[in-house]
Design a protein around this ligand. Structure first.
Ligand code: ACO
Length: 370
């Protein structure tokens, strides 16, 4: 038995939800470029869960269901009020999602109908939790969703208390489409491993959120913005990036385990970053990002991944830096739940083996003789 570090190249599950073949990402067979240009996030949620694009009435029903389920239990909001004001935003979301299970009477109902209902609840309530966390830590009361026809619009409204503008809604919606699913990424794998024990869907999503939090996965978008802020000016890019590369330190937002010739999602976010920069009149973050890309790709051959331009896009939308990864979770919840439903539909416990490399033939020594 020989282990492959990081399970690189190991095919660990069959799935009909999304694929990455020859660098092309598809959801249910639809190219991400096509979906990014044409689909709404709600259409993508339906597609991931049901394997087909919705008709108008199916889409209307999904939007109605999401709106009807978007309020979270008051007890969970009260709990968030007890979190430290400086709590890590992903730790807060992980705790709050775990708590949702306590107040859902059907949390442990394993029927397919119940699991689909809970997928709707999770998809509807995670944005409410993220917005509530943001308001509560700023001393504001959480706001109930307004019943807009998109999660993007409801979330922006719930976070700011203001009518969201059309450009912001469209940009966030597209970012949600781009992040919705990604084959057997680390957090999705964690979700599948968790529910393959036949535990409940809330446990699966809690595992996934904890996994997405890390800077080698979803946490990279926040780390990119931290890097841009640390660099500060265009002139500082050259010494900063060269210094990091010389020390063999990682540049956040670059590289990918699967894509070696570029992440197909990055170009859409780059375009959005450019357009939003023009609209807001601040091209600094975009221009800096382009220069960093030139250097990292030129010197290391590494291409930007989905997280790199997300940072300047979310900053242009005036979203606080530490909410970037929770927003990733809002989107990826659709993929996580789709994979959990797929896992439940044809389950087998996921239990691989380890290559043992520790000592052998040890003999127990009494404690006073050690
Ligand atoms: N900056 C500089 N060097 C890098 C980077 C980077 N961002 N990414 C990889 N490398 C280098 C490594 O140092 C290593 O070099 P070496 O062979 O000289 O030691 C080589 O490329 C291979 O890197 P690994 O970390 O082994 O590649 P792996 O496939 O395990 O990791 C990962 C992929 C985690 C995405 C990596 O590229 C990385 O850490 N990137 C930065 C974090 C990031 O942006 N994560 C988000 C990924 S997308 C997502 O999860 C949503």
């Amino acid at each position: 038995m020989t282990a492959t570090k990081g399970l690189e190249g190991i095919v660990a599950a069959q799935s009909s939800i999304s694929s990455i073949i020859d660098g092309v990402l598809t959801y249910r067979g639809y190219d991400i470029d096509d979906l990014a240009e044409n689909a709404t996030f709600e259409e993508v949620i339906y597609l991931l869960w049901h394997g087909k694009l919705p008709t108008q009435s199916e889409l209307d029903q999904l939007i109605a269901d999401l709106n009807a389920n978007a309020n979270v239990p008051a007890a969970v909001l009260d709990q968030i009020k007890t979190y430290p004001k400086n709590a890590n935003s992903m730790a807060a979301l992980r705790s709050a999602v775990s708590s949702l299970a306590l107040y859902d009477e059907e949390a442990n109902d394993m029927s397919a109908e119940s699991n689909l209902r809970k997928a709707i609840k999770l998809q509807a309530q995670i944005p409410t939790l993220v917005a509530a966390f943001q308001r509560i830590r700023n001393g504001q009361e959480p706001i109930a969703p307004k019943g807009y026809s998109s999660i993007a619009a409801n979330f922006l409204y719930q976070m700011t208390g203001k009518e969201p503008d059309k450009v912001a809604i469209e940009a966030l919606d597209k970012a949600l489409v781009l992040h919705a699913d990604h084959e057997l990424n680390a957090s999705t794998f964690a979700a599948r491993v968790t529910v393959a024990t036949l535990t409940d869907i809330y446990s699966g999503i809690t595992s996934a959120i904890g996994t997405l939090k890390g800077p080698l996965h979803g946490g990279a978008n926040e780390a990119v913005m931290a890097m841009l802020e640390e660099i500060g000016t265009y002139e500082n890019i050259e010494p900063y990036i060269s210094g990091k590369l010389e020390k063999k330190e990682k540049i956040m937002g670059f590289g990918h385990r699967v894509y070696k010739n570029g992440d197909p999602r990055a170009k859409h976010l780059q375009k959005m970053s450019h357009e939003l920069g023009k609209i807001t009149g601040n091209m600094d973050w975009y221009n800096m990002s382009i220069k960093i890309e030139d250097m990292v790709t030129g010197q290391k051959g590494l291409k930007p991944n989905v997280d790199f331009y997300s940072a300047s896009v979310y900053t242009a939308l005036e979203i606080p830096r530490d909410l970037f990864t929770p927003i990733f979770a809002i989107s990826r919840c659709s993929g996580w739940t789709a994979h959990i439903l797929e896992q439940f539909a044809d389950n087998r416990l996921i239990r691989p083996r380890a290559e043992y490399v520790g000592p052998t033939n040890q003999k127990y020594v009494p404690i006073d003789a050690r």
